[in-house]
Ligand binder design. Sequence first.
Ligand code: PBG
Length: 304
Amino acid sequence: MRQTSLSPDDFIYPLFVTHGKGIKREIPSMPGCYQESVDNAVWSAKEVHSLGIPAVMLFGIPEHKDELGSSAYDDHGVVQNAIREIKETVPELYVITDVCLCEYTSHGHCGIIEKGDLDNDRTIVTLALEAVSHSRAGTDMVAPSDMMDGRVTAIRSALDKEGFGEIPILSYAVKYASAFYGPFREAAKSAPQSGDRHSYQMDPANRYEALKEVALDIEEGADIVMIKPALSCLDIISDVKSTFNVPVAAYNVSGEYSMVKAAAKLGWIDEERVMVEILTSIKRAGADLIVTYFAKEAVKILNG
Ligand code: PBG
């Protein structure tokens, strides 16, 4: 009679790929998660696949950052190399790639800065180049996480024009300006050097705006819409699920993971039970897919 049950194929596991060779560095605020060079990321991808998790989401930590985030669309960049190697070694594993500039810009913002302000329209041109470059390397799906206006249209038309009409777009349609992303910014070395992301990410106090953002992204061609963060947005996941007829993904973000890990380390909570309860609640709210750093541990529990 149980209404909600978790399964390994609900999950997408994030991987942080860095330049170099033989690197596997644990992220201090995210125990059990690593920055890995491509050779090690391939091993992780194999492990993810062998656990029955169908997909990974790749984030890149490039060797060079500049004002324009130009290594984001370098065909031999870290993510592009990782895509090629993973698809060659574990072709059955579905590869999703993060499309954003914050990991590639020297200032750490998700777009191009012009006279102190974020230039939305120049940024979406670069994001489209990045999505095309990932597709050339063999990604299965692109996931723009930048929150610029009009980027789904820009990416969709660039992909179609370059012969990648079959590559779907998982759009971070609802992304709040959240303090829960703190540990990720350490993981991806992407903290903004000045200012914050409030001009392009949403105010957590707003509920209707989420539906507006989703409607726009679907109209622009998004195939799956993502809500982020997950745990503090269960109401939003539920609203989106009941309003729209597209698959809904939720991102159980870094801060949500770190809180559980920290409290468990202190012996204050039962880590396994809290993890399963969080993931079940996200699914119960309406998420069809959950991006989570818990994926591997959760699957081990589900498999007994
Ligand atoms: C890039 C991006 C972020 C996350 C996913 N993609 C960081 C941000 O917007 O600052 C956060 C994921 C997490 O916290 O686990 N724009």
